[in-house]
Design a protein around this ligand. Structure first.
Ligand code: SF4
Length: 256
């Protein structure tokens, strides 16, 4: 039976560090390794830049899987933007296209899927999704690689962190409903065009076919969020939160 080795990149630090780690520590597998990115087509510009950089640094092409239908098309079908409780985006834009890609390309063998879950995140692996033909592998857990080690791997390889880490703590779509208010404000300041694009998806009761009020952020529309007084309050709150964390002995770089 054929064997395939696939690393699914998220555009974030852990999966990227895993690719560099495998190059150094698992060179035979790295030779055959295929880097795959599920592109929602709604990622931050910094993510696309980072992916291009990864290709150069690793001298490997990244396979970019795209959904058959665009976000806008699927949104029309669901008639609702994604939310924390109705997370159709991941299923439609990432999971389904990725499953299809695996089925179309690797069903004549065993596909080993390398995942960048770190040793300090072991709880994230509640149940293995491995099957007879798809095997999940967690090298960071096997080699006890933790958060600090990931940063060291990226530093020493020269690639560093993705640029969006300067203002955001997460990879993914620019409109992600899981982002915090300060993240939204940072998006507004860094990419006002994307913020406005997200704002245009919000609607009010009675508009078109939509039956309920709906926005990306709990309790506020994006239009409200960028009122001067709200920006000030959100920034203040975020600063205080950082102070509390700095004063406790917890050392985290990514608090927003
Ligand atoms: S990054 Fe956020 S919006 Fe994009 S697919 Fe994932 S959960 Fe959905």
């Amino acid at each position: 039976m054929k064997e395939y080795h696939i690393l699914s990149l998220s555009g974030g630090k852990d999966s990227t560090a895993l690719a560099f780690f495998m190059k150094e520590n698992m060179p035979e597998i790295f030779e055959q390794l295929e880097l795959v990115f599920s592109d929602t087509e709604c990622e931050l510009p910094e993510t696309y830049d980072y992916l291009n950089k990864i290709e150069v640094f690793l001298n490997k092409k990244i396979i970019r899987i795209k959904p058959e239908k665009s976000f806008d098309h699927i949104y029309q079908i669901y008639n609702q933007i994604p939310s924390i409780t109705k997370r159709w985006c991941t299923l439609e834009l990432k999971t389904k296209p990725f499953r299809k890609f695996l089925k179309e390309n690797y069903s004549d063998g065993i596909a080993y899927l390398y995942i960048g879950i770190r040793a300090d995140e072991i709880k994230r692996i509640e149940t293995s999704r491995s099957t007879d033909v798809i095997k999940e592998c967690h090298p960071f857990i096997e080699y006890n690689i933790r958060k600090d080690d990931v940063c060291k791997i990226l530093d020493s390889s020269g690639i560093g962190l993705p640029k969006y880490y300067e203002w955001s703590n997460r990879s993914g779509c620019y409109f992600c409903p899981f982002q915090t208010k300060i993240n939204w404000i940072n998006l507004y300041e860094k990419h006002p065009d994307l913020y406005k694009k997200a704002m245009n998806y919000e609607f009010k009761k009675g508009e078109g076919k939509k039956k309920t009020d709906f926005g990306w952020v709990m309790g506020s529309s994006l239009k409200e969020l960028i009122k001067k007084e709200n920006i000030k309050a959100i920034k203040e709150k975020s600063k205080n939160k950082k102070k509390v964390i700095q004063n406790s002995s917890v050392k985290l770089v990514e608090i927003f």
